[in-house]
Design a protein around this ligand. Sequence first.
Ligand code: ADP
Length: 188
Amino acid sequence: MNRWQVGNAVIELVQGDITQQDTDAIVNAANAQLAGGGGVDGAIHRAGGPQIMEETRRRYPQGCPTGQAVITGAGRLPCRYVIHAVGPRWRGGQHNEESLLRSAYRRSLELAVENQCASVAFPAISAGIYGYPMPDAARVALETVRDFLQQHGRPALVRFVLFTRDTLEQFAQQLQLLAEEHGTSQAD
Ligand code: ADP
């Protein structure tokens, strides 16, 4: 299942590269130093150009704590904003990882709404170099977005852009489970 309507809003899953998304905002899986790195972060700064890092350094010289997020412009990217969210590094599951991951998603959605973004694209935060295991990373991501949309009714579109076929399938399975819980299976 790749699409689920929550009230007037939609959660959508696609396979692809997040840097190509023309949603109002895209979310970066950043580190607490906002220092740039591999994975999604490297791809965003490469494609967006040096402007994003210049703004990040100027506005957020202290970085960003784990579980929080900050927002910048998007340089050469097709979106308007980049939201830099800091997910937890997986350390076995007993170090508050789940609530920190939830918080990273929630704070990103709050920033999107505060900045009038009707659409936002997320990667699978913490599920790459930070080692958060699947399918838990997918379940936490989708539950947090569902809760936020139920409470706030926006942004109108939340799109997960998953890099690999396998990640997309894991997200699709978790989305199906969530929809079944609600008894509303509007499957594609
Ligand atoms: P983290 O350090 O939070 O784990 P990563 O960037 O290492 O972040 O990985 C997060 C997820 O993003 C992984 O599933 C990875 O495969 C995926 N990913 C890497 N590059 C891209 C990209 N260009 N677009 C979308 N997802 C990507």
